[in-house]
Design a protein around this ligand. Sequence first.
Ligand SMILES: *Cc1c(COP(=O)(O)O)cnc(C)c1O
Length: 405
Amino acid sequence: MIRPTVARVDLNALKSNYRRIVDHLSAEPAGGGTADEKMIHTPGVIAVVKANAYGHGAGQVARALEDAGADLLACADIEEGAALRDAGVRAEILVFGALSVSDLDGLFDCRLTPTISTPGAARAVQAAAQKYKQTLRYHLKIDTGMNRLGFRFDNLRRTLPELIASPNLELAAVYTHFATADDPESPLFEQQRVRFERALKEIDEIRGPQHPSLRTDGSTPRAPGGSTRPDRPPYVHAANSAALLRDAHVWYDRVRPGLLLYGVVPPPLATSVSLEPVITLGSRVVAVKGVRPDEGVGYGIKFKPAQATSIAIVPAGYADGLDLRLAGRGAVLIRGRRAPIVGSVCMDMLIADVTGLEVSPGDEVVIIGPQGNDRIDVREMAGQIGTIPYEILCRIGSRIERLYM
Ligand SMILES: *Cc1c(COP(=O)(O)O)cnc(C)c1O
């Protein structure tokens, strides 16, 4: 039994996107230079699969990325990491988010790499590692201006020494996150880069001369097939999709694309990297009917056509993640043509104006994706309702079956 509204997830497109990103990183080495130097300076990837892989299905997506060569995946919290392990993921998994300090057992049970971003978390993770009699490798997050998670860049000498001295914790990597990578006008991006590189120097000083220094040219040696080997010096990463596209100076040792993997370029940026959207969302017309002049359609009768109109009912609504604001703004594709979404998006249905199209019940409807010569992509849909493509993808409802191609 399967509902008419389904999301198709093209795992070949996903793998191809992953490889295209890897190719892009090796084609334009930050360090420039010879083939040997290129090898050294080609950054690795941290494939971001948080939030159920941006709505695409974390287990399937993560395993396909592993197939494509990904050796490090990232998720939002310990629970997501546990779900990835349950799905059979074997690659290293980095947890980005704040740790639920009360329940750190998952880090050990599921072999997860934590981010430590506050002194309190540092103490809690140290205590847990001591309890498990293990040395835990962690990523240190520096807040360089976003003012979300991370040790503030400007008082590390006060906040870091206790963490650095923790006997059961070993620094695997240092990172930061950009607040305005998608805004070419914002000077904060460059400020964050400068603050981050200054922080790296300070961390070197706090750790002392017996440790190899953190490098900013992407030349930290990487263990093949993962970075969990304890004999590797700590490496450096910072770039989300937008930063990756924007500036090779912030590629460092690894980059952290999320949205790009799913074939979507963060607006308003553009790229020559050839990416394919991974998810499409389709349905079928369940009813077609005529509306007489001066009648209206849907809750609140917001759509009142002056002429006789044909409408099609599509069984997908806000419970499936389709935004109410699409009514009067968005469209779906039916018979290769755009049919405006009218009236109101309901919980389980939406209404499309199909006047002039020969539409019958059972006809295929494309909500996101191509049909005929046209296509509705998530960037367009996000623009219509004043949000970002991330939100559209993440909100594709759990009721919708994902079919993996
Ligand atoms: C979500 C996230 C990313 C990926 O962001 P995209 O814009 O999807 O590439 C990278 N780093 C961190 C810390 C994140 O939370």
